[in-house]
Write a protein that binds this ligand. Structure first.
Ligand code: SF4
Ligand code: SF4
Length: 350
């Protein structure tokens, strides 16, 4: 029978409550038949040579990733390190979202300009990203994993039936050799030693691009003066030198006109990859969180970039370099409303 791979990405540090939840979830999932359960350090920190990342790259079938990151951030983080698949839709909702009386309309892709989209051929599998901050007990995660198991099984069965209808001879041969129709759908994951998967990973800081939003305007490439961004052979934006990004600085995320740049561990939920609509029961105007109107956003981004230039022993450039044409000449107005909004959200612990 095809097995579903579950990977739990640990929280950085050793927060006792977070560790307890991680252990509770893993212990319960290990008892479930048909699951391959593994634990890796914080996904965001895994470098190219970390065994946890090599393991993730070796998983061929459907994948569930539980992490302390927003699902959108985790999904695009995985995509960018070559762990691609179709985005599986989780039905987990933060409890506070149910209490909201007047839920905000979720933004849809139809509301936005055409984006680049995922690069290359997407493997025929689904990746589900669940946020471990949504609940402080294992049960909701176990229930959601059970639902995903059933969903993946139904999807495989449907495909097997379609395949049987289109290629009856091949399927009969497959059944004769492998025993079940399910075995046509997925490959087993190679074994990795659990202790190697959990080798410590140093903290990292870099932008992650959501290609379902990015329109390849290249404004981030012009704005960043630290060589983080580049383009691929087809002139599409990419994060070329992740570790040249300045720790704690989210400047370019404020300049991106599509709010496509995510810093998964930034304190503001929108920049960290929360979806639009409601975050923890609070209605969110994403554009405000990224910096209010364009002048506010640009002002903050320029200050943040200048600070990093000076920290590097370079000269601050202010508005003189890399400013998007659509923002040139805009005044650098005060940002009191924005600061208040961000402070309000911070005080809620979002
Ligand atoms: S600024 Fe945003 S939309 Fe433009 S290329 Fe960069 S990530 Fe994509
Ligand atoms: S945060 Fe700063 S250093 Fe990092 S990619 Fe953006 S502009 Fe460049």
């Amino acid at each position: 029978m095809a097995r579903l791979t579950i990977v739990l990405s640990q929280a950085p540090g050793k927060h006792p409550a977070k560790r307890a939840l991680e252990e509770g979830v893993v212990a319960a999932l290990l008892l479930e038949p048909g699951l391959e359960v593994s634990v890796v350090p914080n996904l965001y920190d895994l470098g190219p040579d970390h065994t946890g990342r090599l393991f993730l790259g070796a998983v061929r079938g459907d994948l569930v990733v539980l992490s302390w990151l927003y699902p959108r951030a985790a999904f695009w983080l995985l995509d960018r390190i070559g762990i691609q698949g179709h985005e599986g839709q989780s039905q987990l909702k933060h409890p506070a979202d149910d209490e909201e009386e007047d839920p905000a309309e979720p933004e849809t892709s139809a509301d936005r300009p055409v984006a680049i989209g995922p690069v290359g051929a997407i493997p025929d599998r689904h990746i589900y990203c669940l946020d471990l901050r949504d609940f402080n007990k294992p049960e909701p995660y176990l229930k959601e994993v059970a639902r995903i198991v059933a969903e993946c099984r139904d999807r495989r069965d449907t495909k097997a039936r379609e395949k049987a209808a289109n290629h009856p001879v091949i399927v009969q041969l497959g059944l004769a050799v492998n025993g079940t129709a399910n075995s046509l759908a997925t490959a087993e994951t190679p074994a990795f030693a659990p202790e190697a998967l959990l080798a410590p990973a140093g903290r990292r800081w870099y932008p992650v691009i959501d290609y379902n939003r990015c329109t390849n305007c290249l404004e981030c490439l012009d704005f960043c003066l630290f060589g983080v961004y580049g383009v691929d052979g087809l002139e599409r934006i990419l994060v070329e030198n992740q570790d040249q990004c300045k720790k704690g600085c989210p400047a370019c995320s404020r300049v991106c006109p599509q709010q496509a740049i995510i810093f998964p561990e930034y304190k503001s939920a929108a920049i960290a990859g929360a979806n639009t609509g409601a975050i923890g029961g609070l209605k969110i105007d994403l554009s405000k969180l990224f910096g209010g109107d364009v002048a506010d956003a640009l002002s903050m981004a320029v200050q943040e970039r200048d600070r990093e230039l000076v920290n590097d022993g370079r000269t601050a450039v202010g508005m003189a370099v890399g400013i998007p044409k659509r923002q040139e000449g805009k005044p650098q107005s005060p940002k009191d409303d924005l600061d208040k909004l961000v402070d309000d959200l911070d005080s809620l612990g979002l």
